[in-house]
Design a protein around this ligand. Structure first.
Ligand SMILES: NC(=O)c1ccc[n+]([C@@H]2O[C@H](COP(=O)([O-])OP(=O)(O)OC[C@H]3O[C@@H](n4cnc5c(N)ncnc54)[C@H](OP(=O)(O)O)[C@@H]3O)[C@@H](O)[C@H]2O)c1
Length: 324
């Protein structure tokens, strides 16, 4: 396993991490979840990603139960706050109150006395950034979190929050968690350069575009019910962002390029995301330990310049917003 520094900060994360959205504690039961976590750990993965909102706390509960079997010092755990956890006016967002309440609730569900990194799952325009920065700093001072971070915040907001943190003498953002894949290259234009200049690491998600980049969805065919695309409980985001005939066709070309390298499309797409110097870690979202074993082979894939050029031609970088 390769370990990368978390931006400019001291912690080192495995370049592949294991996530738990729609899988652990939701579509995947305890036995297979335990198998996945143990396969991950045995391969040197030290970074696990979850959120309070993943199946309303049940992902944290199951992941916490399994991680309790492993040495705490070996683990780097991210959980998140922001999404609604109840119907009350303070059961969502990034207010000091909700952050404090949810951090304690997450720690209980995870069976941990601190989380390594606590993350703002999305921006909350109704709460001043200063309040959120102070709330995160207070949690760190109380020993409940070590670092804090953000997910899918615009670059300007990260810079502004870090400026506020500097003025307050509080901890700045240590990590950003953006969507990033061959089918979603937007972070390359602004988010990656700015996070690098701020010393913020990037742990990236949906690097297989929910499975579209595995090539398993064939042109002209509907998805089978045992896949994410074929399951109405989990396919809303995927259908909205990636479900086109063109993407299915491109998936077949990706399979072909990968086959020439003696690997699979899933493995090549994972290795491609890892190659970017702004990326600290790629969060794998596997549903089975077999998928996990396959995607771990990305560690062995070298992407030479001519392959990179073919992938660029197949999945071009989108023009920057406001640019040509
Ligand atoms: N910060 C955020 O807002 C945010 C948002 C989303 C995710 N995340 C994190 O990032 C993690 C990964 O996200 P994601 O689940 O969207 O990732 P993804 O890797 O794009 O999609 C994972 C899905 O792809 C399919 N797949 C994976 N490997 C495969 C293989 N080798 N062969 C065939 N199919 C394969 C599986 O779906 P099937 O069910 O079809 O087998 C799997 O559930 C999550 O678990 C979560 O921790 C964070």
């Amino acid at each position: 396993m390769e370990y990368r520094q978390l931006g400019k900060w001291g912690a080192r994360l495995s370049v592949l991490g294991l996530g738990s959205y729609l899988t652990i504690g939701f579509k995947v039961g305890l036995d297979e979840s335990r198998r996945m976590v143990h396969v991950a750990y045995e391969h040197g993965i030290n970074f696990f990603d979850t959120a309070n909102a993943y199946n309303k706390g049940l992902a944290e509960r199951m992941l916490g139960q399994i991680l309790a079997e492993l040495p705490r010092a070996d683990l780097f755990l991210i959980t998140k706050v922001w999404a609604p956890m109840g119907d009350g006016p303070n059961d969502r967002g990034l207010s000091a109150k909700h952050i404090r309440e949810q951090c304690d609730a997450s720690l209980a569900r995870l069976r941990m006395d601190y989380v390594d990194l606590y993350m703002c799952h999305r921006p909350d325009p109704a709460t001043p950034l200063e309040e959120t920065v102070r709330a995160m700093n207070d949690l760190a001072r109380a020993g409940k979190i070590l670092y804090w971070g953000v997910s899918e915040w615009p670059a300007w907001m990260m810079v502004k929050a870090n400026g506020i943190a500097r003025d307050l003498g509080a901890r700045p953002i240590a990590v950003n968690e953006p969507r990033y894949s061959l089918l979603w290259r937007h972070p390359e234009s602004e988010v990656f350069p700015i996070t690098r200049s701020e010393g913020i690491g990037n742990v990236v998600f949906s690097t297989l575009a929910h499975g579209m980049l595995t090539g398993k969805y064939l042109p002209g065919a509907e998805a089978t019910p045992d896949t994410r695309a074929g399951d109405p409980d989990q396919n809303a985001v995927m259908r909205r962002l990636y479900w086109t005939e063109e993407n299915k066709r491109k998936g077949q070309e990706l399979v072909q390029i990968a086959a020439e390298l003696g690997t699979s499309a899933a493995t090549l797409a994972t290795a491609w995301a890892m190659r970017h110097p702004a990326v600290t870690s790629v969060i794998l979202g596997t549903r089975t330990s077999t998928q996990l074993e396959e995607n771990l082979k990305a560690l062995e894939v070298q992407i030479l310049p001519e392959v990179l050029a073919r992938l660029d031609a197949l999945y071009p970088t989108p023009a920057p917003v406001g640019g040509a």
